[in-house]
Design a protein around this ligand. Sequence first.
Ligand code: NAD
Length: 254
Amino acid sequence: MIKENLRKAADIIKNSNKIVVFTGAGISTESGIADFRSEGGLWTRYDPSIFANYHYFLRDPEPFWTMHREVEHLMDKAEPNPAHKAIAELEKMGKIKAIITQNIDMLHQRAGSGSFKRIPIFELHGTYRVYHCIKCGKEYSYGELNIKNINYPICKCNGFIKPKVILFGESLPEGILEGAIANCSLADCFLMVGSSLLVTPANFLPQVAKKSGAKLIFINKEHTPMDDLADVFLKGMAGEIFTRLMDLLKEDSQ
Ligand code: NAD
């Protein structure tokens, strides 16, 4: 079954040149960054209503920063895996129109995505590497924050400092969702990798692409509540599936 489905997915990719890739935390687990909801994921250790909630952060930033130190360290050490690299390779081949990611880890950029055909990368939930004061907006680099001996950093204006990641209860960066929707509505293929499709509004995007006539390929370790939308569902580890998909595409081009 997986073989047949791999063939079907490779054919869709072969016949597409406006692929929109949509990724979630699952694409980066093989790079050593745990997702949130799987066993051993961050949410099993850090209650998101305290550690990743914007309103809680405004009262007390300490729990967020406790979790963020761990996340920051993991993300700095992580390297792009075969799935990130295959997506960058597909961009080189002129197949990809845009990447929409829920991840904050910058592994797509580090795999080279966005630099070959200058496709846009929509980071729906922001990025872990840029910090700012939520009161005056002043931006900081991680080095400048010097957080070793403090519980959390504070700006010169006395405002709390936070990475530009989107916490629960916070709005998405301006224009990002609109850009993502516009790209999904022009896609000929929507390639979802490693998302539980449980987080709104990001999980509206497969429906936008479907309504606009795109073929949908889902690559995920587990089933999602939206599997009925998929033309092909490839169940398994993203790195391994992408390696096999890229082999098929290479064989076809010889
Ligand atoms: P999620 O944790 O809700 O779902 C991840 C999905 O990926 C699960 O269905 C899981 O079965 C699947 N998965 C795990 N490993 C996989 C693998 N190797 N191959 C294929 N599938 C795999 O994540 P989500 O849907 O992205 O949404 C939750 C939020 O998590 C997002 O807002 C995102 O910002 C945040 N997050 C990001 C990172 C990151 O930047 N790497 C890490 C953790 C959480």
